[in-house]
Design a protein around this ligand. Sequence first.
Ligand code: GLN
Length: 285
Amino acid sequence: MPENGRPLGELLRYARQKLSDAGIAESGLESRLIVEHFSGTTRADAISSPGKVVGVSAIETALDRRIAGEPVHRILGFRDFYGMRLELSAETLEPRPDTETLVDAVLPFVRETAEREGACRILDLGTGTGAIALALVVQEPRATAIGADVSDDALATAAANAAHLGVSQRFSAIKSNWLANIEGRYHLIVSNPPYIPSSEIEDLQDEVRNFDPRRALDGGPDGLEPYRDIASAAEDHLERGGCVGVEIGHDQRPDVTHIFEQAGYRLVAQHKDLGGNDRVLVFSR
Ligand code: GLN
């Protein structure tokens, strides 16, 4: 077998075996993602032309990175979220399926507002890849969003994602530490802020601790600092009747509710994630 080319079908089997031998739980799925991406083939190619010869070296490199502990989506450089392909970068969290719960929770409000007002202005604090804001503007063509972040790398990534999705006209990336540089009023403020207590970062799974940016994870001593920042400053940027929707850690519902109630909000909806954990709270004034 030539060193730099191998039949696709054989390579898929080899890659799966290599990951499985290394103890990777999702070896079937992850080997397929790696082989398809780095060979530029699709699942249909694997079925219709397993004999097609594809280059091996990029795939070998990717498999070695995976075996060394890097999450598969960091290696691919993208992750799918709410039906969109989002580019990742060093300073962006990998968007997670749990966060789709937040999109589902607020989308009806976005649609109703757009229907009634002809527009829905959304502010996404700590936008990262832009995941939440972009999902909402893709789903509701009358919605517009600002994605705020402290990281220039994240802002560039969010803007690139907006461009790939064809929604640049309705999405702007703005540098701001929470609401510090934000002007104007919004119908909806959303955030999936960092919410892990600083002392618990070391206990996270290796893949999260070593590859998701710390600044996107660390919520301060008790994990609640960002909620305090948002609750104390959101009023000046919320339209009358507006909502604030946040993702939370599985045990943070009472604390986060208390923080927002102290700031003059009431809890109007709460949602669990696919694993049955408290994950999303929606507040209004
Ligand atoms: N808002 C982004 C997301 O949900 C980033 C969140 C974060 O970095 N904490 O993916």
